[in-house]
Design a protein around this ligand. Structure first.
Ligand SMILES: [Zn+2]
Length: 452
């Protein structure tokens, strides 16, 4: 007789391949059976999840744990929203060793992360840090982010350094992640539009138009093409980018596109009411762009939704130009993608699981251990109640930042429980996983043919 440590019964199990009514059985850290009417006898814990979805644990591949939420707190806040795996950016700031920063975050997160985690290198000083890529990759960190923007801030990577880095990554099985906006042109437009009394949220979008994101994407794709480097475009915001992603994939290039809940669920009018709190790079754009992004997710022009969680203290009444870029997004990733996507008819539940679980796992080499519900996979599971309404308010959110751009929005559907490798993470609305339970996951970028 089979003895299960955990048996979830009567739920609707959703994977990237389809959905069906099934039980899910777990032994130790692993899923051992998925099927109708698995034997209850001998199971140590049986949870009836009738009427609920059972999703694979959500994987958030775009997290910045260097602001108000650190590696421990980011994972905790993520867990409240049904996420079980996070990929963090380790920043090598100007003048710093990227290798030292990656080692530091690896140690810190190994000691304190509640959730399984991987890391990306975040490169702010390419001439110093590009030569460190092989040593960083040897640690199991094989994806690196570069900025084509933030020239004034000094974070910018020029074309010489970018293609050099891409060449190294192509040769060694890595992947480039490129923040695609034209830094020089944006700095000029910022000087032109955001001056004196116009230095306000009202003129923010004029300083970073969609054309300059499109130009960055086109350039990054062309540079990656020349040296054969897999390319991941984070935070796509505009319909103008989508045709380039489609063309690149049709040409057989390994190019992936990610968007984020803020670009799917908000429009630029939010800057009128929330000011610098909605200052994000690239900016939140038009309703037409949001609609195109949903369509792009549906037709596989975009493969991933991730949070770009970057909670920063901002002085809304202060100098707009002095306020940082970014917003808290990690806790609402699943609920907003579900409500804005599935409830609104943009995505099927299966596609939701593809863009939040299966594709992130495949693209970063974690599949099939993560990203699916099948025998042999890690028992990372989310029980999601599609009938539970939840009104998002700063006071019921857990980021240290103290505000949310979704204040007062009621979504239908909220995660009820989650498990990581069979252990409870979210239970009765509380995160119960202890710090240090998370394990480091080395990444291994996939080729385009491995991801649909
Ligand atoms: Zn970015």
């Amino acid at each position: 007789m089979k003895e299960y440590d955990l048996l979830l019964t009567n739920g609707t199990v959703v994977t990237g391949a389809g959905m069906r009514r099934a039980d899910v059985a777990v032994q130790g850290e692993t899923i051992v059976a998925v099927g109708a009417d698995l034997p209850r006898e001998g199971a140590r814990q049986v949870i009836d999840v009738a009427g609920k979805y059972v999703f694979p644990g959500i994987i958030d591949v775009h997290v910045h744990p260097v602001y108000l939420d650190d590696v421990e707190q980011s994972a905790r806040v993520a867990a409240y929203g049904g996420t079980t795996t996070v990929l963090h950016f380790a920043y090598g700031r100007t003048g710093e060793s990227l290798l030292a920063k990656v080692e530091e975050m690896l140690g810190d997160a190994s000691r304190r992360s509640l959730l399984d985690f991987g890391l990306h290198g975040g490169m702010f000083d390419a001439p110093r840090q590009v030569p460190e890529i092989p040593a960083v990759m040897a640690l199991g960190v094989r994806t690196f982010k570069f900025f084509l923007t933030y020239l004034k801030q000094g974070w910018y990577t020029d074309d010489y350094q970018l293609i050099k880095a891409m060449d190294i990554l192509a040769e060694r099985g890595g992947m480039a992640m490129v923040h695609c906006e034209n830094g020089g042109a944006i700095d000029y437009l910022e000087d032109k539009y955001l001056k004196g009394p116009n230095a306000s949220a009202k003129f923010f979008n004029a300083s970073r138009p969609p054309a300059l994101e499109e130009e960055g994407v086109f350039r990054a794709i062309r540079l990656a093409e020349v040296v054969g480097c897999p390319l991941y475009i984070p935070h796509v915001t505009t319909r103008r980018v989508l045709r380039h992603l489609r063309d690149a994939r049709a040409d057989g290039l390994t190019v992936y596109g990610e968007t984020c809940p803020q670009y799917l669920n908000l429009t630029q009018e939010i800057l009128d009411t929330r000011g610098a709190l909605a200052k994000i790079g690239p900016p939140i754009r038009s309703a037409q762009d949001s609609a195109a992004l949903w369509a792009g997710l549906r037709d596989d022009t975009l493969q991933v939704v991730a949070s770009d969680h970057a909670p920063k203290a901002k002085d809304v009444a202060g100098d707009f130009l002095a306020q940082g870029f970014g917003s808290p997004q990690i806790e609402t990733l699943l609920p907003l993608t579900y409500d804005g996507g599935v409830n609104a008819g943009h995505l099927s539940a299966v596609r939701l699981v593809q863009v939040l679980c299966e594709n992130p796992a495949r693209i970063f080499g974690l599949y099939p251990r993560k990203g699916t519900i099948a025998p042999g996979a890690d028992a990372d599971l989310v029980v999601f109640d599609p009938a539970r309404p939840f009104t998002i308010r700063a006071e019921n959110q857990h980021s240290k930042v103290g505000y949310t751009l979704y204040e007062g929005r009621t979504v239908l559907g909220w995660p009820e429980r989650s498990f990581q490798r069979g252990k409870p993470v979210l239970r009765d609305g509380e995160v119960v996983a202890p710090p240090g339970q998370g394990r480091f996951l080395p990444t291994r970028p996939a080729r385009a043919a491995e991801v649909s």
